[in-house]
Design a protein around this ligand. Structure first.
Ligand code: BGC
Length: 734
């Protein structure tokens, strides 16, 4: 069988050529124009701009040609249209490109795809009249239980940074602002509105902030969303330390800090601590008990939005002389600067965007193909041969659509190829496909003996069985209560397979040893009950509108898998550092991140705990050889050269990962990812790759000195293709 590789489609690369971007800076001519506009604005108009005017807009000033700022979720598609009062619009053409979710994007380890992904979002957002996409979500995956991990990128700050920067540039090059979220330390959902997060300064600097910093300093992001939680006792959205001191002070951020929806709690703190725009979800509006218009449809003069913290109460503080107008002007300046940056005002050549183009759908397919991870493949059971006569396809996830699940990240997909449909598309009528549901997705969460018996029968009668199982988005609170998974506002109760799928898997594996398990969802499950019997396991994530096609191509070898895990898959929840060393959810409203910097593989590799599948792990249908590694110090930075050869019979891609152990006398992780590159190689081909690690990245944060320190001694450099599969180790003195 001839395998096609996962090279980019040439046409996509030319459509989305990566432009160069400057870092955060002011343009004197634009600053002058902003001043002129501000001088013409009344106090009421200024206040109107710094808070919501409807569910996804903030106020404009029509008489001065300043439009409302129109926002949309994000992060993996443009959200369906909401009326101004949170009611989903009916009869509008808002079914668009549904991209694989963030964790699938990160699994590609391909920042160029991050750019293309962002460009699709920006282009579709523009076409739909949006000015801002509320994404990417870059919160660190600290526990597998977090309900929004599927939207996020990684447990590792470097990987998250690299993927986020590409995404942001892609969005913003389309005349739309990205909005990196949720700043900061929003790593659990269940109590996100109230929880007070405590962590060391070192953990903050080394783990939880770098992706935001990269978004600002390398991605030049125009907007940052403050999160719901508190940080060291003060709400993050108006947290003096996070917003004034770090974001705007140290990092020199020139864009806007907007609140998450309903994250502002105090007018004075919001005014003084850096919140530029208050957005919100008003429950009365959601319940439809308050309207923005009277019976005849005329807008009411006083709206619910006037009651926001940054509306009438801010206005009164200014009028009473209790807060200087300069505080408001500074916020308005930032909002207008963003409008100039994305060419909403002051320009006639703003991109117009494209909707549902074949190129966009191709990007969805590429990301799925490169992000799906082959976890296990004993005796090369995969890829399957297309001449196979019969397949039993089992599991409700085989036939389930996911686009509208998960909460605010919902997307109305133009179409969504389910895994079952993908197999049918690829195989046509040559193969006999029998489908058995296997388990029920419902609140009872119990195994169904009849469905298991039906699945076992189908598996026995087929050459191969493929079970599509794992998580699903369960979002409807009324239906799911606290048992929802992979959804906003809730965390998973544990890592056990939902719906007692263990029973189904054990029975099917016994009935047909040639059973392939495809796990869907935003993270790992406890596989201990069946992993030893399972010859082949694929992590399918939420792979977007083309996900079914991508999965089928991988299963049958039309695509050689090249995805790598962006998070550790632990054996059991008890092994996860957040749970073992730290706290998840905490007590009395406070959560202490006692796991400190030992998040994800930093913990597993340092404390010798074996995970089920390590960070960076992902198999291919070919093999790669690492050779001829040379490391030298170049101007204080590290230069790493290594030769990679595809020694197998099929084309494929390898992700070369460089980990270091930093020099220093304090407790340091045994491994930290500092560079990587995805290399595409034809069968037999070899390539020399050159990677560089700036010396700044070899520093650790010293709590006492409150500074980044480059320790004395040798750096251990480890080159490999997973955090637990190091091929070459070298030491070097800087
Ligand atoms: C979410 C944000 C989202 C916003 C608007 C909030 O509840 O946390 O991620 O962008 O709603 O939908």
């Amino acid at each position: 069988m001839k395998l096609k590789t996962v090279f980019f489609v040439a046409v996509i690369s030319t459509v989305f050529a990566v432009p160069s971007f400057s870092q955060q800076k002011e343009n004197p001519q634009i600053e002058k124009k902003i001043k002129t506009l501000i001088n013409q604005m009344t106090l009421e108009e200024k206040i109107g701009i710094i808070h919501a005017s409807s569910s996804f807009t903030s106020g404009g000033v029509p008489r001065l040609g300043i439009p409302e700022l129109v926002m949309s979720d994000g992060p993996h598609g443009v959200r369906p249209e909401h009326g101004r009062d949170w009611v989903l619009d009916k009869g509008v053409d808002d079914a668009g490109t549904y991209l694989p979710t963030g964790i699938n994007l990160a699994s590609t380890w391909n920042p160029k795809l991050g750019y293309q992904y962002g460009a699709v979002l920006g282009s579709e957002a523009r076409y739909r009249g949006k000015d801002m996409i509320l994404g990417p979500g870059v919160n660190i995956i600290r526990s597998p239980l977090n309900g929004r991990n599927f939207e996020y990128l990684s447990e590792d700050p470097f990987l998250a940074s690299q993927m986020a920067v590409g995404y942001i540039k892609g969005v913003q090059n389309q005349g739309v602002s990205a909005c990196v979220k949720h700043f900061a330390a929003n790593n659990e959902e269940a109590d996100r509105n109230t929880v007070d997060v405590r962590m060391s300064e070192r953990a903050l600097r080394e783990i939880y902030l770098p992706a935001f910093k990269a978004a600002v300093k390398q991605g030049n992001v125009y907007a940052v969303m403050g999160s719901y939680n508190k940080f060291r006792g003060q709400f993050a959205t108006h947290n003096d330390y996070l917003v004034n001191k770090i974001l705007k002070g140290e990092w020199g951020f020139k864009g806007i800090l907007l609140s998450d929806w309903g994250a502002v709690h105090n007018t004075k703190q919001a005014l003084y601590n850096g919140t530029d725009l208050e957005m919100g979800t008003d429950l009365r509006l959601m319940n439809n008990s308050v309207s923005q218009s009277d019976a005849s449809g005329k807008a009411l003069s006083k709206s619910i939005y006037d009651q926001f913290f940054m509306a009438d109460s801010a206005l009164n503080l200014i009028k009473e002389g209790k807060v200087p107008i300069a505080v408001i002007d500074e916020k308005v300046t930032r909002i207008l600067r963003l409008m100039f940056d994305i060419k909403m005002i002051g320009s006639n050549d703003r991109p117009v965007g494209v909707y549902n183009s074949p190129e966009h759908q191709q990007v969805a397919l590429k990301v799925a193909e490169e992000g799906i991870v082959l976890l296990k493949n004993n005796q090369n059971l995969l890829p399957l041969n297309k001449s196979i006569k019969s397949i039993a396809v089992i599991g409700e996830n085989a036939a389930r659509e996911n686009a509208m699940g998960g909460g605010s990240s919902q997307v109305k997909a133009k179409y969504e190829i389910t895994p079952l449909q993908g197999l049918k598309n690829l195989l046509g009528t040559n193969t006999n496909i029998t489908y058995a549901r296997g388990y029920k997705i419902d609140k009872k969460q119990k195994a169904d003996d009849e469905l298991i018996a039906e699945a076992v029968k189908a598996a026995k009668n087929a050459d191969v069985a493929i079970v599509y199982c794992g998580w699903t988005h369960g979002y409807d609170y009324n239906q799911w209560g606290d048992n929802a998974f992979d959804a906003e506002g809730v965390d998973k109760p544990n890592m056990n397979m939902p719906f007692e799928q263990d029973k189904l898997l054990t029975a099917v594996l016994a009935a047909n040893p040639k059973t392939i398990i495809v796990l869907m969802g935003g993270g790992p499950v406890d596989m201990s009950k069946w992993i030893n019997q399972a010859p082949a396991i694929i992590q399918g994530w939420y792979p977007g509108m083309e996900g079914g096609n991508a999965l089928a191509k991988i299963i049958f070898g039309d695509v050689n898998p090249s995805g790598k895990l962006p998070m550790t898959f632990p054996k059991v929840l008890e092994d996860v550092p957040a749970h073992k060393l730290g706290e998840f959810h905490g007590t009395n409203g406070i959560v202490n991140y006692k796991d400190d910097i030992f998040v994800g593989y930093r913990y597993y590799e340092t404390f010798n705990v074996k995970p089920q599948f390590a960070f960076g792990h992902g198999l291919s249908y070919t093999n790669f050889n690492y050779d001829d590694a040379r490391i030298k110090a170049k101007g204080g930075n590290l230069e790493i050269k290594v030769k990679i050869k595809n020694t197998g019979k099929v084309d494929g891609a390898e992700v070369v990962q460089v980990y270091v152990k930093k020099p220093g006398t304090i407790k340091l992780p045994n491994e930290e990812l500092k560079s990587f590159e995805k290399v595409f190689l034809k069968a037999g081909e070899s390539k020399k790759i050159v990677l560089e690690i700036p010396k700044e990245d070899l520093r650790y944060y010293d709590e006492d000195k409150k500074a980044w320190i480059l320790g004395a001694g040798k750096v251990n450099v480890m080159i490999g293709n997973a955090s637990d599969d190091i091929k070459i180790k070298k030491e070097i003195e800087l």
